[in-house]
Design a protein around this ligand. Structure first.
Ligand code: FES
Length: 246
């Protein structure tokens, strides 16, 4: 439900359906002769809000404490909105379209407040954004030395810093992988995580919330992270491991 299979956080994608249906119902409520279409859209929004809320609850459980506080108010506003829309649907189905319209507009006001807080969570508090992206912008484009290869022990995670950007290096024989150290979920230090094997692939498990990434290509195999961990191109030149921007 975090969106690992989609490669994108699932909750913000799922809320498009109820929000779109409810806004459209509000427009139809202002036009004559559209009662039936508006009732259908209110029903679609109310039903599809449920799985969107489940995905949101799943994301909320893995947020930082200050993000959770805002997330709680975001959820409360949306619960009020969904309740009003459920009442609106019941009134419309009972033929009380005036009451249904009023409850619908009140619901739209409540979910708009909830949406505002959802935007605050994403854009002000960086919930469910890929924390590796900002790190990438600080890396140089040309090859930079990371470490002498013989200083990288096999089978364990080693942290190195290039231009103030923390990297995690994993060596398996002659294969060396260099990834950003800060987890794409909430920037936890992957170099302090555990190496494990999943489905035949060597993976790192983030020490903060357990997101799991393949060490050969950074692919996320277990959330809450919904984005892959960035792998950097690496080469060995005269015994020195170098990395650069992809
Ligand atoms: S920081 Fe949350 S799983 Fe890595």
């Amino acid at each position: 439900m975090h969106g690992v299979w989609l490669g994108h956080p699932l909750h913000p994608a799922m809320v498009q359906v109820p929000v779109g249906a409810w806004v459209s119902a509000g427009v139809l409520d202002l036009m004559p002769g559209q009662r039936r279409a508006a009732t259908t859209l209110v029903g679609v929004g109310t039903v599809t809000a449920v799985p969107a809320a489940v995905a949101g609850l799943n994301d909320w459980a893995a947020l930082a404490p200050e993000q959770r506080r805002v997330g709680l108010v975001h959820a409360a506003a949306n619960v009020v909105g969904v309740t009003l829309y459920a009442g609106s649907l019941a009134a419309r189905l009972a033929g009380r379209h005036g009451a249904g319209r009023t409850l619908g507009f009140l619901g739209l006001a409540a979910v708009s407040g909830g949406a505002y807080l959802g935007g605050h969570l994403a854009y002000k508090q960086a919930a469910q954004v890929n924390h590796g992206v900002t790190e990438m912008h600080r890396l140089p484009e040309d090859w930079r030395p990371v470490a002498d290869l013989d200083q990288i022990p096999e089978g364990s995670l080693v942290r190195r810093t290039v231009e103030d950007v923390d990297l995690v290096v994993y060596r398996d024989g002659s294969d060396v992988t260099v990834l950003l150290d800060r987890c794409s979920h909430l920037a936890g230090p992957l170099s302090e995580g555990e190496v494990t094997k999943l489905d035949g692939h060597v993976c790192v498990v983030c020490p903060w919330h357990g997101s799991t990434f393949r060490l050969d290509n950074g692919q996320v195999v277990h959330g809450p992270a919904a984005s892959d961990q960035q792998v950097l191109p690496a080469r060995v030149l005269d015994g020195v491991l170098e990395a650069r921007l992809p």
